[in-house]
Design a protein around this ligand. Structure first.
Ligand code: SF4
Length: 170
């Protein structure tokens, strides 16, 4: 059975920087949970950060640039969290390899998990197209990454890999 890596906050776990979760209540996700497909990870906690913690953003680029050393992840006060974000991305990839995971459902717009856009580093709410550090790490390893706004796409990708899986409306 195909497993799916999922952001812990999407399961309602209180792991975000503000000590809260970000539960995704889609029936499709609940079905995958019941089927035992979900392997949960919070890359920022896995990288050694605390909860709650100061928010952080990739500075003027996306997670791909962090992987190549061209950008850093900083808090608003300038604390450099780049190493913790990279450790978390590697921990998420290790989990994927351990479980043979080819699909991931990650929280939108996070500097770790974002799959389509991330905040631009100005802490002003502005978004840039691009992915978080963990999403970039997984994509470079060939894992398909989606966010909670792309559940139908993830369901289709799952069905393509495992034709017997059922698709439900999200
Ligand atoms: S790192 Fe990912 S899983 Fe952890 S709180 Fe942020 S978005 Fe959620």
């Amino acid at each position: 059975m195909e497993k799916i890596l999922v952001s812990r906050c999407l399961l309602g776990e209180p792991v975000r920087y503000d000590g809260r979760g970000a539960p995704c209540r889609a029936p499709q996700l609940e079905q995958w949970r019941r089927e035992g497909r979900l392997i949960a990870v919070c890359p920022e906690l896995a990288g050694g950060l605390a909860c709650p913690r100061p928010p952080a953003e990739v500075q003027g680029a996306d997670g791909g640039a962090v992987l190549t050393g061209e950008a850093r992840v900083l808090t608003q006060s300038g604390q450099n969290l780049t190493d913790a974000f990279l450790r978390g991305a590697n921990a998420a990839l290790d989990l994927c390899r351990q479980h043979g995971i080819r699909l991931a459902l990650l929280k939108a717009r996070s500097p770790s998990c974002g799959a389509t856009d991330t905040y631009d580093g100005s802490f002003s709410g502005r978004l840039l197209p691009g992915v978080g550090v963990t999403a970039a790490r997984l994509r470079r390893a060939g894992i398909q990454v989606f966010d909670e706004q792309q559940l139908p796409n993830l369901a289709a990708a799952l069905q393509a890999l495992e034709p017997g899986s059922t698709m439900r409306p999200c």
